[in-house]
Design a protein around this ligand. Structure first.
Ligand code: ADP
Ligand code: MG
Length: 152
């Protein structure tokens, strides 16, 4: 498995990293984003969406758990923060194993429903505009993806 940790010094830098990742993903890839409120999960997703060529503005889904955006491949943005029951049947497999890439904020809320192979990203506050971004892979595909991002 692969691990990589780096610091960004602005939201733009975080978005740029996310955009670079978006250039490498393929259908069926799953990326999870962990971190406190305000750590930058949604900012990361916005940069990711830009890198995928999504034209619409990406916001955290407020009333829905999943939002789908058109890009080079579809982007499935899930924010499961408001979910109450982890085992609630959401039919998420349809997305995880679908035609697009899934980005999941608050993955711990749906831990039992996540595919095994995913790129796990955690964001930590370091300072006002500094964040530590830790990434690790959990399977073959996510390892390949993280290596490409790191060494490209
Ligand atoms: P979350 O989805 O984790 O709650 P958001 O992305 O909504 O977080 O908010 C992160 C906030 O922190 C934004 O206002 C963003 O501009 C700010 N910010 C400051 N520095 C950074 C950084 N280096 N990376 C990402 N966001 C940052
Ligand atoms: Mg958010």
């Amino acid at each position: 498995m692969e691990e990589w940790s780096l610091r960004t010094e602005s939201p733009e830098e975080t978005m740029k990293l996310a955009s670079a990742l978006a250039g490498l993903v393929q259908k069926g890839d799953v990326i999870t984003l962990e971190g406190d409120l305000g750590a930058g999960k949604t900012s990361f997703t916005k940069g990711f969406a830009q890198g995928l060529g999504v034209k619409r503005v990406v916001n955290s889904p407020t009333f829905t758990i999943i939002k789908e955006y058109k890009g080079r491949i579809p982007l499935y943005h899930m924010d499961v923060y408001r979910m109450e029951d982890e085992d609630e049947e959401l039919g998420l497999e349809e997305y995880f194993y679908g035609e697009g890439v899934s980005v999941v904020e608050w993955p711990s809320m749906i831990a039992s429903q996540l595919p095994e192979d995913r790129l796990v990203i955690s964001l930590f506050h370091v300072g006002e505009t500094n964040r530590e971004i830790k990434m690790h892979s959990t399977g073959l595909r996510s390892t390949e993806l993280l290596k490409e991002l790191r060494y490209e």
